[in-house]
Design a protein around this ligand. Structure first.
Ligand code: FAD
Length: 432
């Protein structure tokens, strides 16, 4: 008789809510990971770096568990089928997992909960991925916040040491099930290839002191690049927030709050996964010109900061936040291309892709989200570049063609594009 702790986006053996609770319970614990074909089959590239990252991380966990006399059970397939198999193979008494707030994950977990109920197996789920979830931060009228500033005020007030305490998993690791090492599939066996991307370091502490001053200047690379580690849980959010508080890095801490905020918004308003938070914006008549979209994807728009950003994304799977805002505004407003196209392209390319933050970021840039800037704010990419990359260091690093005097003409003229988008948005919002 065993308990199962199912790992998903929490790939670590320390400060882990579900694992802690599982180990403290009565039965020995077996850890499980499922390569979910419903997710994998949607990925376009066989060398998707995120799959390499997950695989590499699981390999380390597999080894660590091996050295503790236990192992990791790795499966490949549709979760409902895999769970039926697991219950056949093992005498499972209880299942533990950390909550995942994305619409697909919620549906998947509800199905599992139902199935386990029919088998009389308790299913326990925990908050682990965020500091505050769903209904923990509500307005006085018990409704969710939809504007960040007041949400953050409440979030910050509530964030006392209790919420930052690490789960002391190590003390209980002796309660892992003791078994022979289980087979570990190669990337090839799950239909993928190794990516040659390099992954960002997990150390972020040294970046916090200069963050507030330099974070908006992409050439300085003054942000932490820990998005990937938070996405897959190789870094605990509690540890990140605790370190920020110890170092007095309040600005950076507020960025972690944005992450909670968007996760909470997606949970309360799951329709935002595929349509605008503000419904009137679903009426916008996008131009959706495919040639222009391709130019944007490739970084050949003739706007140096936009092209540099897209090239950084295409080459590294990362783009600086300020530049994400500029390219997203450019796509939706200058080119009048549906934010969902851009959102999908980012989803394919970003190492730190996270549905809630990506949708939040895109809807913010387009003006159709919650807490949005007015639609008539249209970033001028040249002025943005002057302000945030005054010496063209970022531009020349990623788009060296702009070192030359002669280069591509802008795909669209700024003043013209500005007039055009204002007209189209006004029409959609019935403000003519
Ligand atoms: P740092 O500045 O060092 O911040 C630390 C962490 O705080 C980040 O890793 C992230 O987890 C969180 N964070 C920071 N800014 C934000 C923010 N605005 N919203 C939510 N969380 C934030 N972030 C993602 O994690 N995944 C995405 O898919 C994503 N897509 C975006 C799309 C657009 C159009 C925009 C404008 C922003 C998007 N962001 C996304 C938010 C932000 O750009 C990234 O989190 C940040 O650039 C990651 O770099 P970093 O780890 O160096 O960040």
């Amino acid at each position: 008789q065993i308990s199962i702790c199912w790992l998903r986006r929490d790939l670590r053996l320390h400060d882990h809510a579900a694992l802690y609770h599982a180990l403290k319970d009565k039965q020995p614990v077996l850890l499980l990971f499922i390569f979910d074909t419903k997710i994998l089959d949607r990925l376009g590239q066989k060398d998707d770096p995120r799959i390499s990252f997950i695989h590499r991380t699981l390999e380390t966990i597999h080894q660590e568990l091996g050295s503790l006399g236990s192992s990791l059970l790795v499966k490949y397939g549709k979760p409902e089928k895999i769970w039926a198999e697991v219950l056949e193979e093992y005498e499972v008494k209880k299942v533990f997992t950390n909550k995942d707030y994305e619409p697909y994950a919620r549906e998947r977990d509800e199905l599992l909960a139902e199935y386990l109920r029919s088998e009389n197996i308790p299913f326990e789920t925990f908050k682990d991925q965020v500091l505050f979830e769903n209904k923990e931060i509500l307005k006085e009228d018990q409704k969710p916040y939809t504007v960040f500033t007041p949400y953050f005020k409440r979030w910050r007030q509530k964030l006392d040491p209790f919420y930052l305490k690490a789960y002391p998993v190590k003390k209980y690791l002796k309660n892992l099930v003791q078994i022979e090492k289980l087979p570990f599939p190669s990337l090839k066996e799950i239909g993928f290839q190794k990516s040659d991307y390099s992954f960002p370091n997990i150390n972020f502490e040294h970046k916090l002191s200069g963050y507030e001053q330099r974070r908006d200047f992409p050439a300085d690379d003054a942000t932490t690049h820990i998005g990937l580690h938070l996405r897959f849980g190789t870094l605990s959010i509690r540890h990140a927030a605790k370190t920020a508080i110890q170092q007095g890095a309040e600005k950076w801490l507020s960025e972690l709050a944005w992450r909670d905020f968007y996760m909470m918004i997606l949970w309360h308003f799951p329709h935002t996964a595929h349509s605008a938070f503000k419904p009137a914006y679903n009426r916008i008549r996008w131009r959706n010109n495919e040639t222009e979209f391709e130019a944007w994807c490739k970084g050949t728009t003739g706007y140096p900061i936009v092209d540099a950003g897209m090239k950084q994304l295409n080459q590294t799977g990362y783009m600086h936040n300020r530049v994400r805002m500029i390219v997203a505004s450019f796509l939706t407003k200058h080119l009048l291309i549906d934010w969902k196209w851009g959102e999908a392209y980012f989803a394919e390319k970003l190492l730190d892709y996270d549905m809630a933050s990506n949708i939040g970021g895109w809807q913010w840039a387009c003006g159709c989200g919650n807490d949005a800037a007015p639609y008539f704010r249209v970033f001028n990419p040249e002025l943005q570049a002057k302000k945030f990359d005054p010496e063209n260091r970022y531009i020349h690093q990623w788009a060296p063609e702009y070192k030359e005097k002669k280069h591509a003409q802008p795909i669209v003229e700024h003043a013209f594009a500005r007039e055009r988008v204002l007209k189209v948005f006004k029409e959609a919002l019935n403000e003519t």
